[in-house]
Design a protein around this ligand. Structure first.
Ligand SMILES: [Fe+2]
Length: 250
């Protein structure tokens, strides 16, 4: 048996690409994946109206949904709420639409890379706090000996685009090495709005980094809207198919 995941990211309700969302919803209805996994930036400005649209869309899919928050999902116009309860709106959406996902082939382990504030500006890039990494590593430790494929889900890619560039994700290199050493097979992420799928190495440990593109109108570097179909078998056997949603010429 295999497990099929639709990996989507950066939907940015408020700046969503309706044609791309319709394409994904049609594919979900036709192909019935085992789950839709969204690696963050569900909304554009974390407005209540944007969360309501996100809830409507995710609830309409009719398959298990697994969510991870992104930097856009914390209140932008309400600094008090951002500092006191940054994930309240996200948690409400998650409670409404996330359904338990269990598989004999793959297990998903979250890693929180979004923070309410940081000492640098802008606050959009990732930070992996030691408590967040410890939580992920404890979950990986508990999976020692588990035959399933283990995939970590995070909003921000753990490494820079190239090894000789500064890593915009603070703590990402150390987290990558620790997660690879702890036995994860791959990391699924978003944030950059450009899809990628590559093997990277830190401290002699390899890990596959799979990035979904965006389903919003916030296209970057000429990459069209996209998502991925990720098929998993036990033991780290993962295949990834990129689906592009190219806009028709006017
Ligand atoms: Fe984004």
């Amino acid at each position: 048996m295999t497990t099929r995941l639709f990996h989507i990211s950066d939907v940015h309700f408020g700046a969503e690409d309706r044609a791309a969302l319709d394409a994904v919803a049609r594919a979900v209805a036709d192909e019935r994946p085992d789950a839709v996994v969204c690696t963050g930036d569900l909304t554009q400005r974390a407005k209540h109206a944007e969360y309501a649209r996100a809830q409507e869309w995710f609830a309409s899919l009719g398959v298990p949904v697994v969510l991870e928050p992104g930097n856009h999902d914390m209140p932008y116009y309400n600094p008090w709420e951002r500092f006191t309860d940054p994930f309240r709106r996200y948690n409400r959406l998650r409670a409404a639409v996330q359904r338990r996902f269990a598989s004999d082939d793959v297990v998903l382990v979250p890693l929180r890379t979004t923070v309410r504030a940081q000492t640098r500006f802008p606050w959009s890039d990732g930070v992996i706090r030691s408590a967040a990494l410890a939580d992920t590593l404890a979950r990986l430790e508990a999976l020692k000996g588990d035959p399933r494929t283990i995939i970590v889900t995070a909003h921000h890619p753990l490494l820079a685009k190239e090894d000789d560039r500064a890593n915009p994700t603070i703590g990402g290199d150390a987290a990558f090495a620790a997660i690879a050493a702890a036995g994860a097979h791959a990391v699924m992420s978003g944030h950059v709005h450009v899809p990628f799928d590559e093997i990277r190495v830190r401290d002699g440990r390899a890990l596959r980094m799979i990035g979904a593109g965006t389903l919003s109108t916030r296209l970057r570097h000429g990459a069209p809207a996209s998502w991925r179909v990720i098929t998993c078998e036990p033991g780290g056997v993962v295949s990834s198919e990129l689906r592009l949603v190219c806009a028709r010429a006017p």
